[in-house]
Design a protein around this ligand. Structure first.
Ligand code: HEC
Length: 121
């Protein structure tokens, strides 16, 4: 029994490493899929004119929005409403015009994907 145990240790270590690695790959793939989906929705709804995910344009960059609202429990509702209604004064003086062409479903998905972004350090 003892001998078997000794032998099974390295095997287990390999298994654990492999499992963690596969887990990491799945996670990385999911993150990539989410950011592709966000970019497609931004393109389809004309957000790219003013926003980028990780660079400041006319409007705030999306990973900074994620950082700012991370402690806000109603972030998704708040952002989805703002995406359609527009507004000003949260990030500065520049106004975001209303975006009535965005469907409720898209506004909610975009808000959810923004909050799923890795917050900017
Ligand atoms: C004409 C430029 C412009 C366009 C187009 C635009 N935005 Fe904005 N957006 C802004 C500005 C400016 C702000 C900052 C407003 C503020 O300070 O309250 C902003 C803020 C935001 C915020 C943060 C809201 C908050 O209160 O913190 C989100 C989320 C957002 N925009 C998403 C979008 C999405 C999604 C689209 C596309 C459907 C879009 N924006 C299109 C200019 C734009």
């Amino acid at each position: 029994m003892k001998k078997l145990r000794l032998h099974s240790r390295p095997v287990n270590a390999v298994r654990v490493t492999a499992t963690l690695f596969v887990g990491f790959l799945c996670f990385a793939q999911q993150v990539q899929a989410q950011s592709d989906q966000l970019k497609n929705l931004m393109l389809a709804n004309n957000c790219m004119a003013c926003h980028m995910i990780d660079k400041r344009k006319y409007g705030p960059q999306f990973d900074e929005i994620s950082s700012k609202y991370i402690v806000n429990k109603t972030a998704i509702e708040t952002l989805a409403t703002k995406i359609k209604a527009g507004g000003t004064g949260v990030w500065g003086e520049e106004p975001m015009p209303p975006q009535p062409h965005v469907s409720d479903a898209d506004a909610r998905t975009i808000a959810t994907l923004i909050m799923a972004l890795k917050p900017k350090e």
